[in-house]
Ligand binder design. Structure first.
Ligand SMILES: Cc1cc2nc3c(=O)[nH]c(=O)nc-3n(C[C@H](O)[C@H](O)[C@H](O)COP(=O)(O)OP(=O)(O)OC[C@H]3O[C@@H](n4cnc5c(N)ncnc54)[C@H](O)[C@@H]3O)c2cc1C
Length: 296
């Protein structure tokens, strides 16, 4: 049935496709369909169809904060890569949900616009990153996002601003309202000194390269830092550095990173996460909170 819709709608679609290049863990799971709607009209048509036919679907960004805990996704993975428009008017940026956050942070830096320096090493798309309230070095997108254009579960396009976005540490309204899809985002930056902005970005790149295992596939920090503590330190103190489970391994460089060391499956990663959680709970009575999202 979906096949009929896809064939007649003309939407860009791939069938029985490997998702390896669509997640930064490089988990080699497959999806029944991977689709790239070209605009909101096509997206609305697709989602109405999927909902009225009870088809499973997931909107995916760059796959840099997810764990594919399946071998085969019997549904539709939707990527918003074509939602990649950008307009920059003085210090006001309107940018599509599929735009790369790293690209955006570097482009605005070259214009001497300040406020996204922290984001220059976060390998997500703008839409998903706003939904996650991505951040680093005590800054986050909440500080610069003015409003977002959103597709609601009733297939209406609305603008959401300020308190409606319910930004919090690594979360927002969208974390608990998965059927709202961010289509684009309005960001307001401040004018700064271009050289200083570029220097800060360079400094942070060096810090990331020194402290994170960027030469292996991962999805960034696995757990949030508990109040007054560091997840990496607790995991290291439980003896997990270098610990392997299947093809997954706790990084030797940073214990709050799990890396795909050798053909890891989502299951390997999830089992390792559970093992770490149990050990930290047993030893320190601390419940580690997962920062990554498990997709079943
Ligand atoms: C090496 C490395 C370093 C990292 N460093 C950081 C860091 O410093 N700080 C940080 O915060 N994160 C970091 N991350 C994690 C990750 O990059 C961020 O969370 C990023 O914002 C996720 O964006 P994404 O496009 O990859 O989202 P995805 O992983 O594709 O999706 C995340 C969630 O957003 C949902 N989603 C996707 N698109 C939309 C949309 N348009 N509207 C609503 N919901 C949507 C998805 O369904 C999913 O639930 C790092 C990851 C890696 C691999």
């Amino acid at each position: 049935m979906i096949k009929n819709f896809i064939d007649t709608s003309g939407i860009e679609c791939y069938e029985d496709v490997s998702l390896k290049k669509y997640n930064t863990y490089k988990i080699d799971a497959k999806a029944k369909y991977l689709v790239f709607p070209k605009d909101s009209v096509e997206l609305i048509r697709l989602i109405s169809y999927l909902k009225s036919n009870n088809c499973k679907f997931l909107v995916l960004g760059n796959g840099s904060n997810v764990i594919f805990n399946f071998e085969y996704y019997d549904g539709v993975i939707i990527r918003l890569d074509r939602f990649n428009s950008i307009s920059i008017n003085d210090n006001v940026i309107e940018v599509g949900a599929g735009y790369s956050l790293i690209k955006l942070a570097n482009e605005v830096a070259l214009l001497g616009l300040s406020g996204l320096e922290f984001a220059s090493g976060i390998p997500g798309c703008v839409g998903a990153s706003v939904a996650m309230n991505a951040g680093a070095y005590n800054h986050s997108l909440a500080e610069v996002v003015e409003s977002v254009m959103v597709l609601t579960p009733d297939n209406e396009i609305i603008t959401m601003t300020g308190e409606e976005l319910e930004f919090n540490y690594r979360e927002s309204f969208f974390k608990y309202n998965k059927d709202y899809i961010i289509l684009s985002c309005k960001i307001i930056l401040s004018h700064g000194n271009k050289e200083e902005i570029l220097e800060l970005i360079k400094d942070r790149r060096v810090r990331r390269m020194e402290s994170q295992p960027l030469n292996y596939p991962s999805a960034g920090s696995v757990f949030r830092n508990p109040e007054g503590n560091y997840a990496g330190k607790l995991i290291e103190d439980c003896g997990f550095k270098g610990y392997k489970l299947g093809g997954a391994m706790v990084s030797l460089k940073h214990a709050n990173f799990i890396i795909n060391y050798d053909g890891a499956t989502g299951r390997d990663i999830v089992l390792l996460i559970n093992k770490i959680r149990n050990s930290v709970k047993d030893k320190y009575n601390i419940d580690l909170i997962l920062e990554q999202i498990i997709i079943d």
